[in-house]
Ligand binder design. Structure first.
Ligand code: NDP
Length: 350
């Protein structure tokens, strides 16, 4: 099928691109700059017939007409996977840095599809566990987060913390997507699926072509920091916070491909993809076990208590059985994911 994938330079999107091309789909992907476009083209030069991969430039998500020209110029699209959204904490103003591009990026692509791409039958939006969890209930063992849960965060909370601002951006963007399809009703030809992953680890797709250690994506920065000795100093083992469930990027990518192209029954659903619990202590132990070359840079066992997750009576529960039933993904283990993550970070100089 002919698929549009936004944010093709991203950590998760790179795996989606890989899987789409391997399955023989024809892909148009968007990036922000000519330099990034060139790197992606180079990575696939020898493997993919020209014409099966088009890399287009969409410079800024937070413009209401961001996707109009591209969608007008791309006839025959069947599926759209919208992954692009800011996930970083280098900002002073969370409204313009996170919320505007997240929300307007989502509404601009939905508007463009409804106006100019009647052939699109399904849109998959990458949301997050951030749009599911409730910061006030994460220590409550009676709380069960599931596909039905919504983060109650509002714009009034935007300055609570950078993490809250990110969660807000994801929550408002996902709400805007569901509101859009509800309001359009029969006027649109597509349905919507959202993918809501928690913390995502995993190797970089094509690290030797497109990876840069200095710019590694936010969720993998934790692993990069561990490898450079950042956890060794006192207080250096990070508290896992509230996102102590995780999933591998390759499994998140598979969920996008299944939802977009393979499992029609996912239409109208939020898909909460997770492989389960992990802790920063476990992360450090896996690196110690498999990569003795980093031994000197890792925290000692006694320091790892700070990286354990809260005891059962002080943490939420989750239930993603509805998603697992629909997708049937066999999730990679944390150990496999971290081993592959470290191997790929080594390739770019970790
Ligand atoms: P990346 O930072 O690697 O990817 C983000 C992508 O969005 C990049 O392609 C980036 O382009 C693009 N982007 C960001 N801001 C803008 C903007 N203002 N205008 C145009 N493009 C923009 O992160 P991930 O791959 O981890 O994230 C992909 C998606 O997955 C996001 O929607 C994120 O919220 C979601 N997610 C990620 C999780 C994780 O733990 N990694 C967990 C749950 C959800 P560029 O490369 O040019 O910066």
């Amino acid at each position: 099928a002919k698929v549009l994938l936004t944010g093709g330079s991203g950590f998760i999107a790179a795996h989606i691109l890989d899987q789409l091309l391997a399955a023989g789909h024809s892909v148009v992907t968007t990036v922000r700059s000519a330099a990034k476009a060139a790197k992606i083209r180079e990575a696939y030069l020898s493997q993919v017939a020209s014409g099966d991969l088009v890399v287009a430039i969409v410079p800024e998500l937070s413009r209401a007409d961001a996707f109009d020209d591209l969608i007008k110029q791309t006839p025959g699209l069947e599926v759209v996977l919208h992954t692009a959204s800011p996930f970083h904490f280098n900002f002073t103003d969370p409204q313009t840095a996170l919320v505007d591009p997240a929300v307007t990026g989502t509404t601009s692509i939905l508007h463009a599809i409804s106006k100019y791409a009647p052939t699109v039958r399904r849109v998959v939006v990458t949301s997050s566990f951030a749009a599911i969890l409730d910061e006030a209930r994460t220590t409550d063992p009676a709380t069960v987060f599931s596909e039905a849960s919504w983060n109650p965060v509002t714009l009034a909370d935007i300055h609570r913390s950078p993490a809250t601002a990110y969660r807000l951006s994801k929550t408002l963007a996902e709400r805007a997507a569901w509101d859009f399809v509800r309001d359009q009703g029969d006027k649109i030809n597509f349905d919507l699926v959202t993918i809501n992953p928690p913390m995502v680890f995993g190797p970089l797709a094509h690290p030797e072509h497109v990876g840069e250690l200095e710019r590694v994506n936010t969720s993998n920065q934790r692993v990069a920091n561990l490898l450079r000795g950042g956890w060794k100093q006192e207080g250096g083992v990070p508290d896992v916070g509230v996102a102590w469930i995780w999933v591998d990027a390759r499994d998140v990518a598979a969920a996008h491909v299944k939802a977009g192209l393979e499992v029609p029954e996912t239409g109208g659903k939020r898909l909460f993809v997770t492989a389960g619990k992990y802790s920063n202590a476990e992360l450090a132990r896996i690196v110690r076990k498999h990569f003795p070359e980093y031994a000197e840079l890792l925290p000692g066992e006694e320091a790892l208590a700070a990286g354990e997750i809260p005891p059962e009576e002080k943490r939420y529960r989750y239930d993603n059985s509805a998603t697992d039933k629909l997708l049937g993904i066999k999730y990679r283990s944390f150990e496999e994911s971290i081993v592959d993550t470290v191997k790929s970070l080594k390739k770019i100089g970790a």
